[in-house]
Design a protein around this ligand. Structure first.
Ligand SMILES: [Zn+2]
Length: 235
């Protein structure tokens, strides 16, 4: 059973695919797997969807800093309103209640954000050290700092935001959480493993009165041995 986030991502993929089909020459390669940029290391539609699911690696960050084509595609993907929410909002009980109240109920759609985890591993003995996440899509100038949250495998609320040049001249917003907590399930699981990889999501809202919000995902590695953790800053 696909969860809501997966359905949302798939709806976006269909959107992206439809546009890719219009601009790509017809070849034997599936439209899903055709490169969207000029080089072999450029992303396909499938790659873009997966990037937003798992977060961007260091290699992705370097490619995106150097490749304008792929940057345009991921920013376009992040800004495109989803067909999924539009349809789901009008379904069943939700539709009935909205009609009864005579209001147009709308669910603010979280804008997908592409995250890069500056340090993708954290020790369970060192949870009070800062974790940083670069946001590779959008400007985030008007983010409400108080609204920043980390959920999933790790939990955090004390977020702050700064701009940082990570590669070349491109400055990215970097969200920093000064300390994190382990989710209960991860705390139980890590007792039986040396390390585990799980997903986190970071969300927040904007202060521009449009009720806009964002949500991005990334994989983090939780380890039980502090000795194998490298530095924790974004460069
Ligand atoms: Zn590229």
């Amino acid at each position: 059973m696909k969860d809501e986030k997966e359905q949302l991502l798939e709806a976006r993929a269909v959107d992206l695919m439809a546009r890719a089909a219009r601009v790509l020459p017809s070849t034997d390669t599936s439209v899903l797997d055709s490169k969207l940029g000029p080089s072999d290391s450029c992303y396909s539609v499938r790659d873009v969807v997966n990037l937003f699911r798992r977060g961007a690696s260091e290699e992705d960050l370097i490619h995106l800093s150097e490749c304008e084509s792929c940057r345009v595609w991921i920013n376009s993907y992040a800004q495109r309103p989803s067909a999924f929410w539009g349809k789901s909002e009008r379904k069943g009980l939700f539709k009935g209640v909205a009609a009864l109240l005579g209001i147009g109920v709308t669910q603010p759609e979280p804008q997908p954000a592409l995250l890069h985890v500056c340090k993708a591993a954290i020790s369970i003995n060192d949870l009070n050290r800062p974790m940083e996440f670069a946001v590779l899509t959008g400007t985030f100038d008007d983010v409400d700092i108080v609204s920043l949250r980390m959920d999933g495998a790790l939990l955090a609320e004390d977020g702050s935001l700064q701009k940082q040049a990570l590669f070349g001249d491109i400055c990215y917003p970097v969200i920093r959480f000064n300390s994190v907590k382990l989710a209960d399930k991860v705390r139980e699981d890590i007792g039986r493993h040396v390390a585990l990889t799980d997903r986190i999501s970071i969300s927040g809202s904007f202060t521009d009165k449009t009720q806009r919000a964002f949500r991005g995902h990334a994989h983090v590695r939780v380890v039980s041995d502090a000795a194998i953790i490298p530095n924790d800053q974004c460069h």
